[in-house]
Design a protein around this ligand. Structure first.
Ligand code: AHR
Length: 795
C-alpha cells in the first residue's frame, strides 16, 4: 500500500473528448445473421450456395417432412422466381398427402428458441398449382414433434403473394423447428419463409434481437462503426456478383429484393440487416453512425478497379452521404424518406477503406477523398493505416492522411496485454494538429479480468491523449458461441442468452463516464513504476517453415561485441511443413540451433523457399512455444515481413512491411539484436527496425474529465498491481461543499476470472455511494481494480 496525492485540477481543462468511445459492428461470428438480426429462419430464401461455404446448398437448414404415410418431393427451382435478385424457391410436390407433408427449418444452431407466451410473426411468399387448395399449417415444434404454437395460411393464388400469420407459443423449447405442413395434391411453392419474434428492439419490423441490442444500447456508445472490417473490402469489383465487396446500395429496400451475399467469414449474409437498419439502430441507441466503404481495392485477392472505372465507387460515397443527410427533395434523401425516415440521420463521419495495404488503395482513396471534400466539406473522412501498429504500410496510411488532409486515420491492432502495457505511452507524442487517430479495432488476446484491466489502463491513456486520439472502439463486438470465427469478443451469445465479458464492463464504464473535456491531473508519492528487468532478447535461435518447404544454410551467429563467429549449420537444413506432411505426420516445421545469451549479436543465414504459400520464419530469443521473438518473411499471403513477439502464447506484431519471397531464389538474411532492438535485413537491405519493449506497470493509471451537462467530475483509475494504492484525492479549484460521489468499481476478482453463460455476471462493476465533506478526501484504489468516481455537482 502506498500513500500519495492525486490532484484533479478542476479548473484546468484540456482537450475535448468528443465522440471518443464507441463500438464496431461486423457480421463475423454470425453477429448479424443468427445474431443481432432477429430473423429466426436460417436460409429463408433458399439462396445458400457453396460459394458462401463449401458445404452449403439451397436447402441448408431445411428438411423434408413426411408424416403418417405422406410422401413428397422437395426441390429448389428458379424458373419463375419471386424477383431477379431472389432466384431460388422451394417446391413441395405432394405425392401422397398422408398426415401431412412439407418442410421444416432448423434455425441457427441448436434451433429456434421457443418461449412460452412469446408471440411470433411468420411471413412467406407462396404460390400454388391449380390443383393445390389445402391450408398450410405453420407450427413451432420441438425435435420430439411437440407443437408449441401454430397458425394457418391459405395460399390463394398461382402468382407469388405475401402471407402473414401471428401466433403465440404456449410452451418452451430452446431447440425448436419451424414446420410448414400441408395435405392435398399438386405443388406448393415457397420463398422468403421468415419468422421473427414479435418483440424486437424498439418493436421495429425487420428488427434486432432485443437482448443483444439492449446490451449494445446499454453501453451508450458515442458512435458505431459498421458494417465491418475485412467484410467490406473482401470481394469482387462487380456489385452484382454474389461475392462482391460490400456495396451499401444492395442492402436497402424490401428484404426480398436484397441479393444474397457471400460473407468472407465463411457463411451467407442475407443483408436483412442493411444500411437503413444500421442507421436506424445507431439513432435508436444514440450512437453516431460511422459507415465504412470499400475503395475498389480488395487487398486479399488483389482485385483493383481501374481508375477510369472508379466513378461508381465515388458515387457510392457521395450518394451515401446524401442518403443519410440529404433532404427529401434529393434523390437519395427521397429514398431514405420512402424507407420510413424523412428526417436526416445526421451523418458526420465516413471511412474509406479498412486495413488496405498497397499503393492501389491510396491512389483510389485520394480520388474518393477529394470528391467527398468538394461536395461535403464538413464530413469527417477517415483514412486507414493497415492491420498493424507500425511499419511501412502503417506509415504509408499516415502519409496519405497528412497529404490529403484526412480527418482521421484508422489504426488496428490485436496484441498481448504485455504489448499494451509496454506501449501505453504510444500516443503521448502524437501531435494535436493534423489527422487524429481513430483506433478502429483493438483488443488484447483474452476475455479475462486481466485483459479487461489492461485494456482499461490503456483506455485511460487514450483518453488522456484526446488531443490526438479522437475515436476508439474494441473489436470484435459480438460472437455466437456456436459459430466462432474470432476470439476474444466483447459480447457472447447463443440462441437465447447473452453475456458481456469483463472487457464489456470496462468499455461500458468508460462510455457511461467519458465526460466531455479533460482535466489536468497530477500525482505525487503514489509509488514507483515497476519495470521488468532490462534484459536483451536472449534465448533459442530457431529456424522454421510455415505450411511450406524451405532450406537454410550458412547459418552464423556473430557476437557484435567481440567479433566472434559461431557456425550453426553443418550443411543445408531442410524443413518441410506442407499440408501433405502435416496429414502424413512427417512435417518437420522447426529446428533449434543454439541458445544466444549475448547483448549484441547478429544471426546471418542464407535461405531459399522450395515451395508452398509462405516464406521464412526465424525465431530469436525463443524460450518455448509460447514465448518468442520471430521474423516472418513472406508471411500472410506471402506479402508481409512481420517482426512479432509472443508472450504467454499471445502474439503482437511489432512492425510490418510489404515483402514477397520468391520461390527458388537465394536470400541472404540477417537479424541483429541489440538489447531489445531488432533490425532485420534481406540481401543487405534493412527492411525493418523495431524494439520489443518490456512491460512497465504504473502504480496507477488515471484520467479525469468533466461532463458538460451535469458538471460532474469523472475520475477513472486503474490499479493492476496486487496491492491497493491509497491517495489523498484533491479536487483543486473546487469549493469545500459536501458532495455525493458515485463509485463504480470493478474489483475483487481473480485475474483469470471470466464471465460465462452459467455465470454471466461473475465479473461486473459494483456501484456504491459516499458523501465527501470537502474537496480533499482519502481514497484507496483496491488491488486489481478499475474505479470510476463520479463526483456529483448537484445533490
Ligand atoms: O475484427 C476482425 C477483423 O480484424 C476485421 O475484419 C479486420 O478489419 C481485422 O483484420
Amino acid at each position: 500500500m502506498t500513500s500519495g496525492v492525486l490532484k484533479i485540477h478542476t479548473q484546468e481543462r484540456g482537450a475535448r473528448l468528443g465522440d471518443l468511445f464507441g463500438i464496431f459492428f461486423e457480421d463475423l461470428n454470425h453477429a448479424a445473421d443468427g445474431g443481432l438480426y432477429a430473423e429466426l429462419v436460417q436460409n429463408r430464401s433458399f439462396e445458400f450456395e457453396p460459394i458462401d461455404r463449401p458445404d452449403y446448398h439451397a436447402l441448408t437448414a431445411w428438411e423434408k417432412v413426411e408424416r403418417g404415410g405422406g410422401r413428397a418431393i422437395v426441390k429448389v427451382e428458379s424458373s419463375k422466381p419471386l424477383n431477379e435478385r431472389n432466384k431460388h424457391y422451394a417446391v413441395i410436390q405432394i405425392e401422397e398427402a398422408g398426415d401431412g407433408v412439407g418442410i421444416m427449418n432448423l434455425g441457427y444452431h441448436p434451433g429456434i428458441p421457443i418461449r412460452s407466451g412469446e408471440t411470433y410473426r411468420f411471413s412467406c411468399y407462396a404460390r400454388r398449382d391449380a390443383s393445390f387448395n389445402e391450408p398450410v399449417r405453420i407450427a413451432l415444434e420441438g425435435a420430439d414433434g411437440r407443437v408449441h404454437g401454430q397458425a394457418e395460411i391459405v395460399v390463394e393464388s398461382e402468382e407469388w403473394r405475401r402471407y402473414e400469420a401471428e401466433f403465440t407459443a404456449r410452451s418452451k423449447d430452446l431447440s425448436g423447428r419451424l414446420v410448414l405442413l400441408t395435405r392435398g395434391e399438386g405443388r406448393l411453392f415457397l420463398d422468403m419463409v421468415s419468422l421473427f419474434p414479435q418483440r424486437t428492439f424498439r418493436g421495429r419490423p425487420n428488427g434486432m434481437r432485443e437482448d443483444i441490442a439492449n446490451m449494445l444500447a446499454e453501453l451508450k456508445p458515442k458512435f458505431m462503426r459498421f458494417p465491418g472490417g475485412c467484410l467490406v473490402h473482401d470481394g469482387s469489383l462487380n456489385a452484382g456478383d454474389r461475392n462482391s465487396m460490400y456495396r451499401w446500395k444492395n442492402t436497402i429496400g424490401p428484404v426480398e429484393e436484397r441479393p444474397p451475399r457471400r460473407n468472407n467469414w465463411g457463411y451467407n449474409q442475407t443483408l436483412g440487416l442493411g444500411f437503413y437498419e444500421y442507421f436506424q439502430f445507431c439513432e435508436d441507441i444514440g450512437a453516431k453512425p460511422i459507415p465504412v466503404l470499400p475503395a475498389g481495392y480488395d487487398p486479399h485477392h488483389k482485385r483493383i478497379v481501374p481508375l477510369e472505372e472508379l466513378q461508381p465507387w465515388i458515387d457510392d460515397a457521395l450518394d451515401l452521404i446524401e442518403f443519410a443527410n440529404g433532404d427529401v427533395t434529393t434523390r437519395w434523401g427521397a429514398v431514405r424518406a420512402e424507407l420510413g425516415h424523412p428526417e436526416p440521420f445526421g451523418l458526420e463521419y465516413i471511412a474509406i477503406g479498412n486495413e488496405e495495404v498497397g499503393e492501389p488503395f491510396f491512389e483510389r482513396y485520394a480520388i474518393i477523398h477529394q470528391a467527398i471534400r468538394e461536395r461535403y466539406p464538413d464530413i469527417k473522412i477517415i483514412n486507414t493505416s493497415g492491420p498493424f501498429p507500425a511499419g511501412g504500410e502503417y506509415e504509408r496510411g499516415w502519409r496519405s492522411a497528412r497529404e490529403k488532409g484526412s480527418d482521421f486515420v484508422d489504426e488496428h491492432y490485436y496484441v498481448s496485454p504485455e504489448w499494451m502495457l509496454a506501449n501505453i505511452d504510444r500516443y503521448d507524442r502524437f501531435p494535436a494538429d493534423g489527422p487524429k487517430v481513430f483506433l478502429g479495432e483493438y483488443a488484447t488476446w483474452g476475455n479475462t479480468c486481466y485483459n479487461a484491466l489492461v485494456e482499461a489502463a490503456y483506455m485511460t491513456r487514450l483518453e488522456r491523449n484526446a488531443h490526438a486520439v479522437g475515436l476508439a472502439c474494441y473489436a470484435p463486438l459480438l460472437c455466437n458461441v456456436n459459430y466462432v470465427n474470432w476470439r476474444p469478443d466483447l459480447i457472447w451469445f447463443n440462441n437465447h442468452q447473452v453475456y458481456g465479458t469483463p472487457n464489456y464492463y470496462v468499455q461500458k464504464l468508460f462510455m457511461h463516464h467519458q465526460g466531455d473535456q479533460l482535466l489536468r491531473v497530477t500525482a505525487s508519492g503514489i509509488g514507483e513504476r515497476q519495470a521488468a528487468p532490462d534484459q536483451p532478447i536472449n534465448g533459442k535461435i530457431t529456424l522454421a517453415a510455415d505450411r511450406n518447404k524451405v532450406e537454410y544454410w550458412d547459418v552464423r551467429l556473430v557476437n557484435e561485441r567481440t567479433g566472434e563467429i559461431q557456425t550453426l549449420s553443418d550443411g543445408v537444413i531442410r524443413l518441410s511443413d506442407t499440408e501433405v506432411d502435416r496429414q502424413a505426420g512427417t512435417a518437420v516445421a522447426m529446428v533449434d540451433l543454439t541458445e544466444a545469451n549475448l547483448e549484441h549479436y547478429t544471426l546471418c543465414l542464407k535461405a531459399r523457399k522450395l515451395g508452398g504459400p509462405r516464406g521464412f520464419v526465424i525465431h530469436v530469443g525463443r524460450r518455448d512455444d509460447r514465448n518468442s521473438i520471430y521474423w516472418e518473411l513472406g508471411g500472410w499471403q506471402n506479402q508481409d515481413s512481420a517482426v512479432c513477439s509472443r508472450v504467454n502464447g499471445r502474439g503482437s506484431c511489432l512492425t510490418q512491411h510489404l515483402f514477397t519471397v520468391e520461390e527458388g531464389r537465394e536470400y541472404e538474411l540477417a537479424v541483429e539484436i541489440q538489447g531489445r532492438r531488432i533490425r532485420v535485413s534481406a540481401d543487405g537491405q534493412l527492411i525493418a527496425e523495431t524494439e520489443d519493449r518490456l512491460p512497465q506497470i504504473e502504480p496507477l493509471y488515471y484520467t479525469a474529465s468533466v461532463e458538460d451537462a451535469s458538471g460532474d467530475i469523472l475520475i477513472k483509475a486503474v490499479n493492476i498491481q496486487e496491492v491497493p494504492v491509497s491517495v489523498q484525492l484533491e479536487l483543486g479549484g473546487m469549493s469545500d461543499e459536501s458532495r455525493n460521489v458515485e463509485i463504480h468499481e470493478l474489483s475483487g476478482y481473480e485475474l483469470n476470472q471470466e464471465n460465462s453463460f452459467e455465470e454471466p455476471e461473475a465479473v461486473v462493476p459494483k456501484l456504491r455511494e459516499m458523501r465527501i465533506g470537502c474537496s480533499r478526501f482519502e481514497y484507496e484504489f483496491p488491488a486489481r481494480s478499475l474505479t470510476v468516481l463520479r463526483i456529483r455537482q448537484q445533490g
